[in-house]
Design a protein around this ligand. Structure first.
Ligand code: PAF
Length: 283
């Protein structure tokens, strides 16, 4: 695996590869890799000639400095995993490489309804930070395809919107959430759960699955109330939001008229670890 930390160097290498017709698959990450990331990598390897992974803990997408400080950093084991899976290129830039001092990055993209609720409401500035770094990474890597997990459902919607609005020539490939055998959605943050919390965590997906079986059978508001109450039956959980939204606009659904488009999304604290998950209700 080739490893780069400088923009000029990776650009030079990837240009030489795309010049000879190689299709580049890209998996942007913040490291602390798990099987969810590896599923994205495997998909990219199947569909492209060259797979590039980036590892960069993007400071400007953290609205909470404590969360940034606590974000797991496991570069040595990440590199080992990437080598084992056959990743071709790894890009690990430093913060100054991505955000040089005195750089003014003009980015005034509107996300309409997409960034107002859910994560956008509780993590102000988060999606702007994500969009800026993803745009920068796309400019550097110039991928043919880029792979994103559906676990970050709202992030995926924002990135698709940005790619469409700015006419960035990349195919965004959404990939199914990868779960532990007990249903817990894989996430880098899971490694911060205590042993006791880890046994409780899968209950969240069990409740999301129950929501799916009830969807369309009781009114939307009633179902949301039921879900929040059910999650709080376990006192270790604290729900930040639980919403049933339209998949395209991400606006809250008022009734089941457009139920084909309904997705339930939640953010829940378990101790000081914030879990997010979602489930498409009619697919
Ligand atoms: O999903 C993530 O890991 C990050 O938000 C991303 C897309 C790598 C941008 O920093």
């Amino acid at each position: 695996m080739k490893q780069f930390s400088k923009i000029m160097e990776i650009q030079e290498y990837l240009c030489s590869q795309s010049d000879i017709g190689k299709r580049i698959g890209f998996v942007p990450t913040m490291g602390a890799l798990h099987k969810g990331h590896l599923a994205l990598m495997n998909r990219s390897k199947m569909e492209n000639d060259l797979t590039v992974c980036s590892i960069f803990v993007n400071p400007i997408q953290f609205n909470n400095q404590e969360d940034l400080a606590k974000y797991p950093r496991t570069l040595a084991s990440d590199i080992k995993m990437l080598e084992d899976i056959g990743c071709d290129v790894l890009f690990v830039p430093g913060t100054l490489e991505m955000y040089p001092e005195n750089e003014t990055y003009i980015f005034d993209l509107e996300f309409g309804t997409l960034d107002k609720g859910l994560e956008g409401k509780f993590r102000p500035g988060h999606f702007k930070g994500v969009a800026i770094v993803v745009k920068k990474l796309f400019d550097i890597i110039k991928p043919t395809r880029a792979y994103f997990g559906k676990k970050d459902f709202q992030q995926l919607a924002i990135i698709r919107h940005m790619v469409k609005t700015l006419q960035i020539p990349v195919d965004i490939i959404p990939c199914a959430t990868v779960r532990e055998p007990d249903g817990l959605a894989m996430s880098s943050r899971n490694m911060r759960l205590t042993i006791a919390e880890r046994t409780i965590a899968p209950k969240l997906f069990q409740i999301m699955s129950m929501v799916k079986t009830k969807a369309g059978k009781i009114p939307v508001e009633e179902l949301k109330e039921w879900a929040i109450k059910k999650i709080h039956e376990n006192p270790a959980f604290r729900v930040e939001y639980f919403e049933i939204s339209d998949e395209d606009s991400l606006l809250p659904l008022r009734n089941w008229n457009q139920k084909e488009q309904a997705v339930a999304l939640t953010a829940v604290f378990l101790g000081d670890v914030r879990l997010i998950d979602n489930i498409e209700l009619f697919s």
